[in-house]
Ligand binder design. Structure first.
Ligand code: G6P
Length: 605
């Protein structure tokens, strides 16, 4: 998704901007660009290839400047073409970079057309550029302030103008932006990561803030125009590009990092006290009567899995909603519900909006389960639980998912204790099972060669079905999502009991059916569902717990999971599905870490 970096300095800042873009690359993008201010107007370079290619252009034409803005774009309005790549210009004197979506851009475009502005891109961003230009009377800060008042939607912007060779104006609403303070040079960026090493301190801008970045300092005002200070904090040193080590892709590396990520996420305590979730958690947990989980994508599937745990272990009614649905739905607010947002990035626009929607309806008890301590989501909620997956680079989420599951299981056990449904002995057993997970996952990862052999069959397929029941139904959904995200094979998941209500019509010899078969109470029913598939000639690929007695046969392929994992079984069972998707995608030669059209964190609606 889009990224922004901008700077005002005394030195040539172009290498810093290019490096900033490089660090934001993992978020996913389809074009990029950079502009510097000169007295003849802004100059820019843009690319629809990669940041590395932009860097080549910069070196070839000796592109230099002390004030500049740079951007990675994930197309929303207008295709991924050079013309639509940012920075976008107005009248040859002003340049802008923008994250987010302007909802009233059509109306503004008409008005600006009447003022004889010519539009050369399909972007909503060009509207902001011309709007600021139309309001500019020598004071760039004032023009930006006036312009943003007319915008509806979400934006983080950086603007430069030829009349102000040492000034950059930024603004945010609904899309993150940080200000960075360096030594005689100052910055804006989507995230501290982009400017770590150059900026020593950063402040997170709040909704409606506008900033003016100059050499000597930063002017910051809120949406009313009042001067504000936004708590500066030290920037952690940039750890350098994450090494791939012996792996071919970050996704593969991240799959193999799961035992470690999980062991870092399990609290290192003998008992799970509410304090693990924040100081207020003890009071909050005693007062709630239900849980509402809000999330998107893979995080939503973590929420769906957690519903089973929260209802069976903590005996608390739990609803799980797709954030983009909940935010626009007329729902019945329950002030006694604990609203749990689950997010790897903590910046997903729909999840943030759903959280704010719940809060605006009087649901004040909120908890973020998140992988990024400094994210907007963590700052917005009353309680928090951080997953310790460390940075996830592959767009398709793997270690973030399994650590979210661990966090949500810890929540279920903690709430179960508070509500009197988990006694000390049961808690000790749950903690024991959690601590065994890293070893269990290592044993599952050792199945990789068998999964590679299966992936040879999947490489040639265009469709696949995934079946699971109960706790493993969300895992089937996640397995199908992984396969479609990175291999582009059309995959769907069903609760196995639903097979006969529709998807069975799709089953032919050409349709591989991946089945998750843990040794649980639903095993016999699942075996019947498998027979229904086999009777129609479908080929079944089963991940079966060792004690299920499901054997390989004509049209039935079995990989035996090393053991049976009880309630935590979804965690080991998702790992072979990640590996199957990964090796199938490798076989099809796709860009595994940056699948087409997708972004790591989706900061627009
Ligand atoms: C994008 C990513 C997914 C992720 C989803 C939610 O679609 O590609 O991997 O699951 O966003 O992201 P979040 O950061 O909120 O977990």
């Amino acid at each position: 998704m889009c990224g922004i970096v901008g700077a005002v300095a005394r030195r040539n800042i172009v290498p810093v901007l290019v490096e900033g873009l490089r660090r934001l690359e993992y978020r996913g993008y389809d074009s990029c660009g950079l502009a510097v201010v000169t007295s003849d107007g802004p100059r820019r370079v843009r690319s629809v290839v990669r940041v590395a290619e932009l860097d080549d252009q910069v070196s070839e034409v000796r592109f230099e400047g002390v004030t500049g803005i740079a951007h990675t774009r994930w197309a929303t309005h207008g295709a991924a073409t050079i013309n639509n790549a940012h920075p976008i210009f107005s009248s040859g004197s002003l340049a802008i970079v923008h994250n987010g979506i302007i909802e009233n851009y059509q109306a503004l475009r008409e008005t600006l057309r009447e003022q004889h502005y010519e539009f050369v891109s399909q972007t909503d961003t060009e509207v902001i550029a011309h709007l600021i230009h139309s309001l500019y009377k020598g004071d760039l800060f004032a023009a930006v302030r006036e312009a943003v008042r007319q915008l509806t939607g979400a934006y983080a912007i950086g603007v430069v103008h030829q009349d102000h060779p040492h000034t950059l104006v930024g603004a945010r609403a609904g899309s993150p932006l940080v200000v960075g303070y360096g030594n005689d040079e100052n910055f804006i960026a989507w995230d501290a990561l982009a400017i770590a090493g150059s900026a020593e301190h950063i402040s997170y801008l709040e909704e409606g803030d506008i900033c003016e970045i100059a050499l000597k300092g930063v002017r910051l005002v809120d949406f009313r125009g009042d001067k504000v200070v936004r708590n500066p904090r030290r920037v952690q040193a940039y750890g350098g590009a994450v090494e791939l080590g012996p792996y071919r892709h970050y996704m593969q590396k991240e799959i193999f990092e799961q035992p470690r990520a999980i062991s870092h996420t399990i609290p290192a305590t003998d008992t799970f006290r509410p304090r693990l979730f924040g100081e207020m958690a003890s009071d909050v947990f005693r007062g709630i009567d239900s849980v509402l989980i809000l999330a998107c994508g893979t995080s939503y599937y973590a929420g769906l899995t957690a519903k089973y745990w929260l209802e069976s272990v903590a005996k608390i009614r739990t609803e799980v909603e797709i954030a983009s649905e909940y935010r626009y739905r007329e729902s019945v607010p329950n002030p006694r519900a604990l609203v749990v947002t689950v997010s790897q990035s903590g910046e997903t626009a729909d999840t943030l909006a759903a959280l704010k929607h719940a809060q605006s309806q009087g649901m004040t008890h909120t908890l973020a389960v998140c992988n990024v301590a400094t994210s907007a989501m963590v700052r917005l909620t009353e309680l928090k639980f951080l997953t310790h997956a460390r940075m996830e680079i592959g767009v398709a989420s793997t270690k973030a998912f399994t650590t979210q599951l661990v966090a949500l299981f810890v929540l279920a056990v903690t709430l179960g204790k508070v509500r009197g449904h988990v006694n000390d002995a049961q808690e000790a057993e749950y903690i024991h099972q959690l601590r065994h997970l890293p070893a269990a996952l290592n044993a599952v990862l050792a199945l990789e060669p068998q999964i590679i052999a299966w992936s040879d069959d999947f490489v040639r397929k265009e469709d696949a079905l995934f079946l699971g029941r109960g706790l493993h139904y969300p895992i089937a959904l996640e397995g199908a999502l992984k396969l479609k995200e990175i291999s582009y094979i059309h995959a769907e998941a069903y609760s196995a009991g639903e097979l006969k209500h529709g998807p069975l019509a799709l089953v032919t010899e050409a349709m591989p059916v991946v089945t998750i078969a843990p040794n649980d109470a639903l095993l016999d029913k699942l075996k019947s569902n498998m027979q229904e598939v086999r009777a129609r000639g479908g080929h079944i690929y089963v991940f079966a717990d060792s004690d299920t007695h499901i054997k390989s046969d004509d049209g039935i392929h079995v990989i035996r999971m090393p053991e049976h994992y009880g309630l935590l079984s979804p965690i080991p069972h998702v790992v072979p599905l990640q590996l199957l998707a990964y090796h199938t995608a490798c076989g099809r030669g796709t860009d595994v870490d940056k699948p087409r059209n997708l972004a790591k964190s989706v900061t627009v609606e």
